[in-house]
Design a protein around this ligand. Structure first.
Ligand SMILES: [Zn+2]
Ligand SMILES: [Zn+2]
Length: 226
């Protein structure tokens, strides 16, 4: 007798989730799908300030952002499904996959993962956790770096993607974030997707203002600049 379908069905009853990519039951995101999406070489790191390659001539690595993939095709669909469909387990696996962007020296202590905070009322998770908080946990476990949620949005504002155009996105106020207490000395700043890079830039500036010495941004995907 072939037990595989039975095992799969039991798994689905215990954990009623399916892979957001291939639809396989009882697998919040199968390793094969995750590997397929994130397998190509990650885009080159760039500087959030000038948009060019990082390290850059003006800022060194001070505003470096690294991403696993480009914000298109299956990578984009997966992110949107996880973000709005509320699969925490899939988000955690995506976070763990970001571990490949983290170097050896960044795993050896002294670094802290800080996720971009959820917008007020922008939460789709039963426990009140955003996909980014789940991604932070997955990344934390994968690289052995602790998480600290020290950033807050200063005031309610329209999320970046709902801003009418890129000009108003870039016009995001300098003081959009506040840091609760002193910032960690070395930060792995985490976001899901970097479009104009302004959210990460503002968050990095806030952390530098609160005493951080190095802020390196990590995100699942990056949108190519037009
Ligand atoms: Zn799958
Ligand atoms: Zn630069």
């Amino acid at each position: 007798m072939n037990w595989a379908p039975v095992v799969e069905l039991l798994g689905h009853l215990l954990m009623p989730e399916s892979c957001p990519v291939c639809g396989k039951l009882a697998s919040p995101l199968c390793p094969e799908c995750l590997e397929k999406i994130s397998a190509p070489a990650p885009p080159l790191p760039h500087c959030l300030r000038c948009g060019g390659a990082s390290p850059c001539e003006r800022h060194g690595r001070r505003y470096e952002v690294r991403s696993l993939t480009l914000h298109k095709g299956e990578a984009r669909e997966l992110l949107l499904t996880v973000k709005y469909g509320g699969s925490g387990l899939a988000a955690r696996k995506m976070g763990a996959a970001l571990g490949r962007l983290v170097g050896e020296n960044e795993r050896q202590g002294g670094w802290t993962i800080v996720p971009i905070p959820p917008h007020p009322r922008a939460c789709f998770f039963p426990r009140g956790d955003s996909h980014l908080q789940w991604m932070a946990r997955g990344l934390s476990r994968a690289v052995g770096v602790p998480v600290r949620e020290c950033l807050r949005w200063k005031e309610k504002r329209t999320p970046q993607k709902r801003q009418p155009d890129s000009q108003s996105r870039r016009a995001m106020p300098e003081d959009s974030f506040v840091c609760a207490g002193a910032a960690p000395e070395r930060v792995l700043l985490l976001d899901d997707v970097s479009t104009t890079g302004t959210t990460l830039l503002r968050a990095a500036q806030c952390l530098y203002g609160a005493g951080a010495q190095q802020v390196t941004s990590l995100c699942w995907s990056v949108a190519r600049r037009t």
